[in-house]
Design a protein around this ligand. Structure first.
Ligand code: FAD
Ligand code: FES
Length: 275
């Protein structure tokens, strides 16, 4: 372990974008105006403010972005309330990157990929999706299924419309839970939509979202005959150190912060049912 891995660096928030009523995306650089560190899609980092607290967030920007890191953060408690109240120019502290990330250059290479996200679960997948878009010829077909409660709750909606939807070879399937007047797209829950879309069972599925969405989407994929070693998801437990030191996030002999948060379904099958 690098000794400095636990020591946060001071970074500056240069841009804050409101994505949904309770999600904002924060852009950060170091005090020299550069990207604070390199990462792999799916890795996380701890953002903190002395006297307020510290919390772990997925890095939502792609590693292919060389200028800054971005975090999409849902307002739900002490640290996130404070972050939602700050203005660009505010300094915060940051440590990371932590976790294993998605196997974008190994297991995913050459595969047809299906991304399934719900709500703020798009945050870690946006990093992978934009990485895959940048190295498009290394992957097969790409499908993105993304759902939220309402149109206003779709994170990164403008980027999805302007960039993802117009890209050849990428199919975007959006859904919202209930009908609304300014929405002519699909209506219904993500697990049912995934079933309706009926993807080929040879594709690799990458999922992130609320536990209930994961549970029912998985059940549907199993019914359809997807092999468990072709399904990847992320686990979200409460964490403290982020690098396998404090024992806060262990499941059996694995630390979610260090051995995860990305796991293949057949790897999760080996763990005690404590998550
Ligand atoms: C691997 C990982 C990646 C994450 N990525 C993101 C991300 O990209 N964007 C984002 O908005 N959030 C993400 N989170 C969740 C984020 O860490 C929590 O929302 C944050 O810690 C809340 O801090 P707080 O001080 O604002 O809330 P607190 O005041 O600590 O808690 C507010 C409420 O949320 C509950 N809570 C807090 N953290 C968790 C948790 N991990 N699991 C279940 N309940 C919890 C508390 O019990 C409480 O009810 C991630 C968490 C993990 C473990
Ligand atoms: S958060 Fe400390 S061991 Fe995982």
């Amino acid at each position: 372990m690098r000794r400095e891995a636990l020591i946060p660096q001071v970074v500056q928030v240069t841009d804050i974008r409101r994505d949904t009523p309770d999600v904002k995306t924060f852009r950060v650089v170091d005090l020299d105006g550069r990207k604070p560190f390199l990462h792999i899609p799916g890795q996380c980092a701890m953002l903190s403010m002395p006297g307020v607290g510290e919390a772990l967030f997925s890095i939502t920007s792609s590693p292919t972005n060389e200028d800054y890191l971005e975090f999409s953060i849902k307002k739900c408690g002490c640290v996130t309330d404070w972050l939602h109240a700050i203005e660009p120019g505010q300094q915060v502290t940051l440590r990371g990157p932590y976790g294993n990330g998605f196997p974008v250059d190994t297991d995913f290479a050459g595969k047809d990929l299906v991304f399934v996200a719900g709500g703020i679960g798009l945050a870690p997948l946006r990093s992978v999706i934009n990485y895959v878009r940048c190295y498009r010829d290394r992957y097969g077909t790409v499908d993105i299924v993304y759902g939220s409660r309402s149109k206003a709750d779709l994170v990164d909606y403008q980027e999805i419309l302007d960039e993802w939807c117009s890209e050849p070879g990428i199919s975007v399937h959006l859904t919202i839970d209930n009908p609304q007047p300014d929405w002519d797209g699909h209506v219904g829950f993500v697990p049912n939509f995934v079933k309706e879309l009926g993807f080929d069972t040879g594709k690799t599925v990458v999922m992130c979202g609320p536990p209930i969405m994961i549970k029912f989407t998985l059940a549907g994929l199993m019914e359809q005959g997807f092999p468990r070693d072709q399904i990847y998801t992320t686990l979200e437990l409460r964490m403290k150190c982020g690098l396998g030191r404090c024992g806060r996030c262990n499941i059996g002999d694995k630390y979610v912060c260090k051995d995860g948060p990305v796991f293949r379904l057949d790897q999760l099958d080996q763990l005690p049912d404590e998550y």
